[in-house]
Write a protein that binds this ligand. Structure first.
Ligand code: SAM
Length: 440
């Protein structure tokens, strides 16, 4: 989500003020940090970076320093208490107002803060979508109403708000015209999507939206992040039955394998309910691979709770997943819970969990050796002696490097997997699969 917001900010400042991105901080007129506050380590990094930028501002008083995103939303004017040289503080929902804020700072030379939550207005004020390669992120909804006891998102991003259905489809059509082949639908809980249909009236659900996106000419692969188990309804599972454009890979965060912890987390489902969704998904799409997020060391997590998570990991056979040590976030209910698990123990549990997941990921990768995989070629990974080493992604999100021609970039090709490494696969070209993709 932050990557998406950052690219929109870059497009916006280019289209309104003609600003271009630079890798050299000393050359910049504006230094902008788009921040995340999901865990406290990330938040501390913000202040370390600001400290480094302060030196640049001492040398160049016209430099404008901006803090955006969820740390800005969470801390607001308190950022100025620690870094009074910051000029602009804006939240994730007001990034479209940045050009005005910059003008105000230039005129008044005093800090501007806007961390309000205007209803999804930002999407109406963003420039035309610009493709940057054959895959593109498209935000369909923002915010969260679930209020899991550990999570800061509802406080920093606000309630769930869905973009109107036609706006999303128009954005995707424009991206398809720029040769985008894969769309990654984004939202904090994409399956909570309820977008109004401006033309025909009524509400478009997430499952309907996926079918409409799949029908757009040129869009041959659809991914989404992130969904929540409580709204993973049967109509969404049915899409896996009849929509080949939707990849056989789903990221469905379970967080813990213990009902006691899930209850304390306020996740509103049990392990059995989660497993029932997975069973239905396998029925609809036998080849599907499941990915998850896990939190270890949630306040009160016992060895028994952790063992249940490990059992679930083996039972579901999760693929590539994300795991974190619980981090207390200000203002969340879990931050007030008594936490008796030592840091050492939390680190140990994370190590055990990640080791198990890595083994499972490697097993999945090894099982791909000798198979033919359809990959979307994203770019050059290396070139030597006029031979291009290209790189693309499989449906199950693995990077495959192979020797190919430049004109394959942006297209689907079939490769046979001949080697497996920890972070990538090696393939050899079988044939160009362009135009055959929808026959699957
Ligand atoms: N829709 C997702 C879900 O089902 O919860 C929300 C994704 S959340 C933005 C990204 C992940 O960050 C969560 O799934 C969780 O594993 C992790 N996370 C959130 N708050 C955390 C915290 N306080 N400490 C550690 N990890 C956290």
């Amino acid at each position: 989500m932050n990557h998406y917001d950052s690219s929109k900010i870059a497009d916006l400042l280019d289209s309104t003020h003609g600003y271009k991105l630079t890798d050299i901080a000393e050359e910049a007129d504006i230094l902008l940090l788009n921040t995340c506050s999901i865990r406290d380590k990330v938040q501390e990094k913000v202040f370390h970076q600001l400290g480094r930028w302060r030196i640049l501002k001492n040398n160049n008083p016209n430099l404008i320093i901006v803090v955006g995103g969820c740390v800005a939303s969470q801390e607001g004017s308190r950022i100025l208490d620690r870094a009074n040289y910051v000029d602009i503080i804006f939240g994730p929902q007001t990034l479209h107002r940045l050009p005005d804020m910059i003008n105000k700072v230039r005129i008044n030379r005093s800090p501007v803060i806007d961390i309000s939550f205007p209803e999804i207005e930002k999407f109406d004020h963003l420039p035309e979508p610009r493709a940057n390669g054959p895959t593109a992120f498209v935000s369909i909804m923002e915010g969260c109403n679930k209020y899991c006891s550990f999570c800061i998102v509802p406080y920093t991003r606000g309630d769930e708000v869905s973009r109107p259905c036609e706006d999303i489809l128009l954005e995707i059509k424009k991206l398809a015209e720029q040769n985008v082949r894969e769309i990654h639908l984004l939202g904090h809980n994409v399956n909570a999507y309820r977008g109004i249909r401006r033309k025909q009236g009524g509400i478009c659900t997430f499952s309907e939206l996926i079918r409409l996106v799949a029908a757009i000419s040129g869009i041959d692969r659809i991914r989404f992040t992130t969904s929540h188990p409580i709204e993973f309804t049967d109509d969404l599972i049915d899409v896996y039955r009849d929509t080949p454009e939707l990849v056989s890979f789903v990221h469905l965060p379970v967080q813990s394998g213990s009902d006691r912890i899930l209850n304390l987390m306020k996740r509103a489902y049990t392990v059995v309910e989660y497993k029932s969704i997975i069973r239905k998904l396998y029925n609809a799409r036998p080849s599907i691979q499941i990915s998850s997020d896990f939190i270890v060391g949630f306040p009160g997590e016992t060895q028994e709770d952790f063992d249940k998570t490990m059992n679930l990991i083996s039972e579901i056979n999760f693929d590539i997943s994300f795991s974190f040590i619980y981090s207390a976030r200000p203002g969340t209910p879990a931050a007030k819970m008594i936490d008796l698990v030592s840091n050492e123990e939390k680190k140990h549990r994370l190590y055990i969990l990640q080791k198990q997941i890595s083994q499972q990921v490697m097993q999945f990768s090894r099982s791909m050796q000798g198979t033919v995989q359809r990959i979307l070629v994203e770019g050059i990974s290396r070139s030597k002696d006029n031979i291009m080493n290209l790189s693309g992604r499989t449906e199950n999100n693995r990077v495959v490097n192979f020797l190919g021609k430049l004109d394959m970039i942006g297209k689907f090709v079939d490769v046979e997997i001949i080697d497996v490494y920890s972070n990538s696969l090696r393939g050899v070209l079988i044939s160009s699969a362009e135009n055959k993709i929808l026959s699957a």
